[in-house]
Design a protein around this ligand. Structure first.
Ligand code: ATR
Length: 271
C-alpha cells in the first residue's frame, strides 16, 4: 500500500493522519498515513530512511519545514519563495511544495466567503508561518499587505525577501497605532503560551475578519482579543490545516477531496 507520514517534533498532537484517513475514505484511495517524530537533529536521516522503506511522500510541520526545503532536489515556485516546505513528493528526486498559503486562502474564500482582493491585510509575525503565506496573499491583489512583528527587524527582512513578488510594508507592533485592517492574520506562536501579541486595539476595522493560524477546542487568545476589539468574524486555523492537507493530497493522489465534511468531523472531535 502507498504510504505517507507527517514529520514534526512534537507530532503526537497532529491531526493530519485523521484528515488524510477521511480524505482517503471519501476518494476511495488505498493509503496509509502515520506520524513520525525524528530527533531535532535527525530529520534528514529520518526522511532518507522513510524513502528507503518505499514511502511516496510526506508532510512536514514545525520545526522541520525549513530543513525540508533545504533537502529537496526540486521545489515549486511557491515553496522556493517561502523558504519552507510542508509537502514532499518522493520519486527519483525529492520534490518540495508549500500548500500553506493555498490552505489559508481557500479557507478564507471558499469556507468563510472572505475574498482578499482590494482588502487591507495585516499579518502579525515574521517566522516560518508568515513567510509561507506571503506570496499567495500577494497574488490575491490586496489593497495593501503589512507584516508587523514584535521584533521589527525580522518583519523588515521578511518584507524585503518578497519585494520582487509585490509590495509588502513592514513595521513593529507599536507602529500599528492609527492603522486599520479588514483582514488581520495572527501568524505568531504567542497563543501556544496563552499570550496575545501587544497590538493597538484600533487595528480591527469595522467588519474585519480575524484569523489565527493556531486552533484548539476553545477560541484562541488572539481570537478572543479580536472579538473583544470589534472583529466581525473570527476563524481559527483548523480549516486552513484541512485545506493545506487537501492540496497536498491532490498533489500526491491526483484527486481533490472535499474539505467541508472533514472540517465538520474534526470540529466535533475537538469539542
Ligand atoms: P513559526 O515558524 O511558527 O513562525 P518562529 O519562526 O519561531 O515560528 O516565529 C514565531 C513568531 O511568533 C515570531 O514572529 C515571534 O516574534 P519575534 O520574532 O519577535 O520573536 C512571534 N511571537 C512569539 N511569541 C510572541 C508573543 N508573545 N508576542 C508577540 N509575538 C510573538
Amino acid at each position: 500500500m502507498d504510504f505517507y507520514a507527517v514529520f514534526g517534533h512534537p507530532v503526537g498532537h497532529s491531526l493530519s493522519p485523521r484528515i488524510h484517513e477521511l480524505f482517503a475514505q471519501e476518494t476511495a484511495q488505498q493509503l496509509e498515513y502515520t506520524r513520525r517524530e525524528p530527533p531535532l537533529d535527525g530529520f534528514a536521516d529520518a526522511i532518507a530512511a522513510f524513502r528507503a522503506e518505499g514511502a511516496h511522500g510526506a508532510n512536514v510541520t514545525v520545526p522541520f519545514k525549513e530543513e525540508a526545503w533545504s533537502l529537496a532536489d526540486q521545489r515549486s515556485d511557491r515553496a522556493e519563495r517561502a523558504g519552507a516546505a510542508n509537502t514532499l513528493i518522493f520519486g527519483d528526486a525529492i520534490y518540495a511544495d508549500n500548500t500553506d498559503g493555498e490552505g489559508l486562502i481557500n479557507d478564507l474564500r471558499n469556507n468563510l466567503g472572505v475574498g482578499l482582493a482590494g482588502k487591507r491585510i495585516l499579518i502579525i509575525g515574521a517566522g516560518g508561518a508568515a513567510s509561507g503565506v506571503l506570496a499567495p496573499l500577494l497574488n490575491e491583489n490586496p489593497a495593501s499587505l503589512v507584516v508587523a512583528n514584535r521584533t521589527a527587524e525580522r518583519a523588515h527582512t521578511l518584507a524585503q525577501a518578497f519585494a520582487n513578488v509585490g509590495a509588502v510594508d513592514s513595521c513593529g507592533l507599536d507602529d500599528l497605532t492609527g492603522e486599520r485592517f479588514e483582514v488581520v492574520i495572527n501568524a505568531t506562536s504567542s497563543g501556544l503560551e496563552g499570550d496575545v501579541p501587544m497590538l493597538p486595539s484600533s487595528i480591527v476595522a469595522d467588519g474585519a475578519t480575524a484569523f489565527d493560524m493556531l486552533y484548539g477546542a476553545e477560541p484562541t487568545p488572539f481570537l478572543r482579543w479580536a472579538e473583544h476589539n470589534g472583529a466581525f468574524r473570527t476563524r481559527d486555523g483548523l480549516g486552513m490545516l484541512i485545506e493545506q492537507a487537501a492540496a497536498a493530497f491532490e498533489l500526491w493522489r491526483g484527486i481533490r477531496p472535499s474539505t467541508a465534511p472533514v472540517i465538520e468531523a474534526l470540529r466535533n472531535d475537538t469539542r
